[in-house]
Design a protein around this ligand. Structure first.
Ligand code: GTR
Length: 417
């Protein structure tokens, strides 16, 4: 079945206006603790939900764009979706599997290929959405699923000289367990992150190729922001898909794509639940970290210079100059539920620091009337805290497994069903 569906004729383009008083990083004041979420930069206190939404929330978004992730890109003026294939008897006959080609912007912009699995007879279904690491074809053996043609890291199964091949089919099915997700009454939609922006620095490819050449702009849109923006384009499609319940979307991602999931949730209110899995530094973990085993701002901006904008690197030697910490990103999600999931041996992702971030975001959730949005103490191993600011830590390492998905679904069963 091939047909084209025009989603949204025209978007308004929002120009980014940098407030005149955003100085270069070294001129910002040093703030040793997490900056107060309920005080504007000019010192004014925020007391109500309205003040938060009208004043502090936009200010924090601009700060995060300017100093960390780079500008939130404009919405494309044109977006369309085409079903590449649909199999109504997939997943042991219990699901419908389709792949949707989402086209936006001028003809030479990248396309996004969204793999969508829907539970038959249970629609409109709540839906998980997120980016994957190595291609949709790694998640299922279904032979109609497209193999990426863009650059893919060599470490993924079946990749030869940075090109994905059919050898990879189904090799990472455990990371996004489609069958068990639909068996639990959820739909799921995912795309290869590299469709939007391949995960390597410097090359003017993917969405980065749409930016001016040789830009010295220290707030230029960086890779994690592009990926989050890509999730928003997937959401543009999902809210038009009749088999999906547009009000019950949960964003999920692992590690660098967990950082992406949190940013995507913070910048798009259409997403109802936000699940950053082992997202670590630059995601749910604090930049002002006390955990000596955890990744630091200096380290991450050296290893992965393309994930964040140029300004963020300048905080590597003095994170106290950051006018926010990651609790701000969580607070932008308020009052929507956020679940941070972790593993005990994955100290690099800073599980205890993430719990501190969750606690620090609570004052904003309280403005929305949830008097106890978060657990008092970091939960024991294997004990889900399903508060609005939820937390989970299991034994084991840095990975995304079917058992982790069971936890995500326990949390979304509470908040979306
Ligand atoms: C690590 C990086 C982490 C995390 C991880 C991943 O090398 O230091 O921040 O993002 O990669 O994405 O798997």
């Amino acid at each position: 079945m091939r047909f084209s569906l025009t989603l949204l004729a025209m978007f308004t383009t929002t120009a980014f206006v940098r407030p005149a008083d955003f100085p270069p990083p070294h001129q910002l004041p040093s703030i040793p603790e997490f900056p107060d979420l309920l005080t504007l930069r000019d010192g004014t206190k925020i007391n109500t939900q309205k003040e938060w939404e009208e004043k502090r929330r936009p200010e924090l978004k601009q700060l995060l764009e300017t100093y960390m992730y780079g500008r939130y890109p404009a919405k494309p003026s044109r977006i369309a979706a085409k079903i590449l294939f649909e199999d109504a008897h997939a997943l042991n006959g219990k699901g419908t599997l389709r792949e949707v080609e989402i086209t936006f912007g001028p003809d030479d912009w990248p396309k996004l290929y969204l793999l969508v699995a829907v539970p038959n007879g249970k629609t409109p279904a709540p839906c998980f959405v997120g980016a994957n690491f190595g291609g949709n074809h790694l998640l299922t053996t279904h032979d109609k699923v497209r193999i990426p043609t863009v650059w893919v890291p060599d470490r993924y199964p079946g990749v030869v000289k940075n090109q994905a091949t059919a050898q990879g089919r189904g090799q990472q099915a455990d990371t996004w367990p489609l069958q068990s997700i639909i068996d639990n009454g959820y739909a799921v939609a995912t795309f290869y992150c590299g469709d939007i922006q391949p995960d390597r620095p410097f090359v003017r490819e993917g969405m980065r190729a749409t930016l001016p050449e040789d830009s010295k702009d220290p707030s230029e849109t960086a890779t994690i922001m592009w990926w989050a923006w890509g999730i928003h384009r997937a959401v543009d499609y999902l809210v038009t898909d009749k088999s999906i319940d547009a009000k019950r979307l949960a964003v999920v991602g692992h590690s660098r794509l967990g950082k992406t999931a949190l940013l995507a949730g913070a910048f798009d209110d259409r997403i109802a639940v936000i699940i950053p899995h082992q997202s670590g530094c630059g995601g749910a973990a604090p930049s002002r970290s006390q955990n000596e085993k955890a990744e630091t701002v200096k380290r991450i901006t050296t290893s992965f210079p393309h994930w964040f904008c140029g300004n963020f690197k300048l905080f590597g030697d003095d994170v106290t100059r950051l006018p926010f910490d990651q609790h701000a990103l969580v607070a932008l999600c308020a009052p929507r539920p956020v679940l941070m999931t972790n593993a005990e041996e994955d100290q690099w992702a800073n599980p205890s620091g993430q719990f501190d971030v969750l606690r620090a975001a609570a004052p904003v959730y309280r403005l929305y009337g949830d008097s106890q949005p978060v657990a008092e103490k970091m939960p024991q191993l294997n004990t889900l805290s399903a508060s609005r600011l939820g937390y989970f830590i299991r034994p084991g390492k840095h990975s995304m497994t079917p058992a982790d998905w069971k936890i995500y679904m326990q949390f979304t069963d509470k908040w979306l069903k």
